[in-house]
Design a protein around this ligand. Structure first.
Ligand code: BGC
Length: 253
């Protein structure tokens, strides 16, 4: 089944048709800078251009960087607050004239990794963590998605830091760059975050995805946790492939 997958991100809106039987992207990924401000109209227009680029006719799946319930955005931490409350699935579906599903972007990336990547066949509780501008989390139990976990926003007091912080603002890739941390320093901070996740979630496996995942050789040695850690291999394709999978698995049958 061919589905257009669209990954709505803080810096770019990317899409490609996906063969959801194999998880292969059909053709070159098409990317447009996320409009600023990312108003509803501007975001819808950009998604329209992505679909237009592929002359797309058929189902559509989108990943959105916020909590998504029944197609409606409830948060948009690193995007525009005006998107909160918007029935994105309804509006995008109407704009494109195609059946459309929208889920959280980390849930989408996690779906791709669980169906076609290193998470394939993994049983028990798997926590996928996407490390990018923000921290996204996706929980799977025996391969089934438990949506909207938002554990990147856990309030934590990190060692050597006075205040309690929203974890994302301390351990995202953007925080590593902002604070000019070495991989060793960032790894120590991320270990604190993972240890807390171990205490409260007790996962069987962590899978690290997002842009930072391909740099695993630089930081994996600094992550001192007992839970096994794998890095996702689909890299920046996971968001698109998983968005298409969301439409396949959660779209109207
Ligand atoms: C958002 C999540 C999203 C993550 C990655 C966080 O700030 O709250 O919904 O999955 O960023 O984009």
């Amino acid at each position: 089944m061919r589905i257009l997958g669209v990954d709505i991100g803080g810096s770019g809106i990317k899409g490609s048709p996906v063969d959801t039987n194999t998880g292969e992207m059909l053709g070159e990924r098409f990317r447009i800078d996320t409009p600023r401000p990312a108003t509803k109209e501007a975001v819808l227009d950009t998604i329209g251009q992505v679909a237009g680029h592929f002359d797309w006719q058929g189902p559509v799946g989108c990943g959105f960087p916020g909590v998504m319930r029944k197609g409606v955005a409830y948060t948009a931490a690193n995007l525009d607050p005006s998107l909160v409350g918007v029935d994105l699935a309804g509006e995008i579906g109407q704009k494109l004239g195609q059946p459309t599903v929208v889920i959280n972007d980390a849930d989408a990336a996690g779906l791709a990794v669980m169906r076609f990547g290193v998470g394939r066949g993994e049983k028990g509780l798997v926590m996928v963590i996407t490390i990018g501008t923000g921290i996204g989390t996706a929980l799977f139990y025996d391969g089934m998605l438990v949506p909207n976990s938002e554990l990147g926003h856990t309030q934590l007091k990190f060692k050597k830091v006075r205040k309690i912080h929203d974890a994302e603002t301390m351990v995202a890739d953007s925080a590593r760059k902002r604070d000019e941390l070495s991989w060793k320093q960032w790894g120590a901070r991320f270990t604190e975050y993972l240890k807390y996740m171990e205490r409260v979630m007790n996962p069987d496996l962590f899978i690290l995805g997002g842009g930072a995942a391909k740099k695993g050789d630089k930081f994996l040695e600094y992550l001192k946790v007992t839970t096994p850690v794998k890095t996702a291999t689909l890299e920046n394709r996971a968001g698109i492939i998983g968005a298409a999978m969301a439409s396949r698995e959660f779209g109207a049958k």
